[in-house]
Structure formats: structure tokens, C-alpha cells
Ligand binder design. Structure first.
Ligand code: VGL
Ligand code: ZN
Length: 198
């Protein structure tokens, strides 16, 4: 790679509970799966790493409505709802980062995620030499938004895969506003048609 920016793909929270029949179904959430599979193939063919995050909550957390939080229970550790969508083609060497396991925090950002050894996402990306990541998954107005904002603070370049994200839109327009916001902070955008990872 030399002094070229080293790129990676970050797939966020493509889990059953965020898909239409799930506990916190994102409208059309499952539509990102076939598109993300194409991005995964593209990055793997170039020898570029692919990281996955998962929302990974304990049964009792301040994130859930019964305990004062904003959301119905979802992505509870060990349940089917917390599993990755069955059609998501995860490479055998996939690195999975879990987030939301602290019962006292919401933890929307992928940067609050950690691997099995407890290493945070920023640490893992930096130790892998990544300077620029491409992000797709769920949900535009929560994990994607917060991850992009944290990425800038951590000094990464971010390209949002605009054809591979969907939002919750608790308030109509939330996803659109999230995209405008991260654009104003420096996010780039790409689709399968125009992505350039040479
Ligand atoms: C998320 C809502 C609730 C996310 C997580 O990661 O986008 N959204 N929990
Ligand atoms: Zn959650």
C-alpha cells in the first residue's frame, strides 16, 4: 500500500432485529443485505479488510423502554434477533465488534464496539493501518451517523455507502438530516456504480 490510504469496509448492525420482522425493524432494513454482499466481495477481492459490528445488549439495559430508555428490547445477546441476517455473506476471517453491552449506555457508535479481546474499533483499525473506511448497514440515523461523527474525531476518512444504508426515522426526515450533517462534517458518498477503491 505504501503511503496510499488503506481502506476497509465497515458493516454495521445488519441483524435480524433491525430487519422488517424484527423487534426494532428498520423499514427496508433487509434490502441492504444483497448490496452489502457485493461490497464485501469487492473489498475481499482487493485484499481489503471487512469489519462487522453488532448491537449486543444485555436483557436489562437503560437502552430499553422498560428500564427508562427509548427502544423496545432488541438485539439481546444470544437471541435470534441479535444474529446477523442469515443472507449476509460474512467472510470466515470476519472481525466482529460488539457494542451496547454496557447496561448503563446506549452505545450507538461502532467506535463504542470492541472485539473479543476488548480492543476498541479505533485501536483495531489503527493497528491494521486503516485510514479510510466505507460504511454501510443500519441504522442511518443512529449507528451510521454516530460512527461517522466519531470517525472524524478519531481522524479517519469516511465514505458512506448510500445504497447500503436504511434509517429508523422515528421522526420523519431523521435519516435525511443525518446524511446532511455528516456530509457537512466531511463524509464522502459512494454507490456500487461509482465506488473507487483502487
Ligand atoms: C441502533 C437503535 C437502537 C443502531 C441501536 O445501532 O443504529 N439504533 N440501537
Ligand atoms: Zn440498540
Amino acid at each position: 500500500m505504501g503511503d496510499k490510504a488503506k481502506k476497509a469496509l465497515l458493516v454495521v448492525d445488519v441483524q435480524n432485529d433491525f430487519c422488517p420482522d424484527g423487534a426494532l425493524g428498520v423499514p427496508e432494513g433487509d434490502r441492504v443485505v444483497p448490496i452489502l454482499n457485493k461490497y464485501i466481495e469487492l473489498f475481499r477481492k482487493k485484499g481489503l479488510p471487512v469489519y462487522f459490528t453488532r448491537d449486543w445488549h444485555p436483557p436489562v439495559t437503560v437502552h430499553f423502554k422498560p428500564y427508562g430508555g427509548p427502544w423496545p428490547p432488541h438485539c439481546v445477546q444470544g437471541t435470534n434477533g441479535a444474529e446477523f441476517h442469515p443472507a449476509l455473506e460474512m467472510p470466515p476471517e470476519a472481525v466482529v465488534m460488539s457494542k451496547g453491552d454496557d447496561p448503563e449506555q446506549d452505545s450507538y457508535s461502532a467506535f463504542s464496539g470492541h472485539d473479543e479481546k476488548g480492543r476498541g474499533l479505533a485501536e483495531v483499525l489503527k493497528s491494521d493501518g486503516i485510514t479510510h473506511f466505507y460504511i454501510g448497514g443500519l441504522a442511518t440515523d443512529y449507528c451510521v451517523r454516530q460512527s461517522a461523527l466519531d470517525a472524524f474525531r478519531e481522524g479517519f476518512e469516511v465514505t458512506v455507502l448510500i445504497d447500503a444504508i436504511r434509517g429508523v426515522d422515528v421522526t420523519p426526515g431523521d435519516s435525511k438530516r443525518a446524511i446532511e450533517e455528516i456530509k457537512s462534517k466531511g463524509a464522502k458518498f459512494a454507490t456500487l456504480e461509482d465506488i473507487d477503491i483502487e
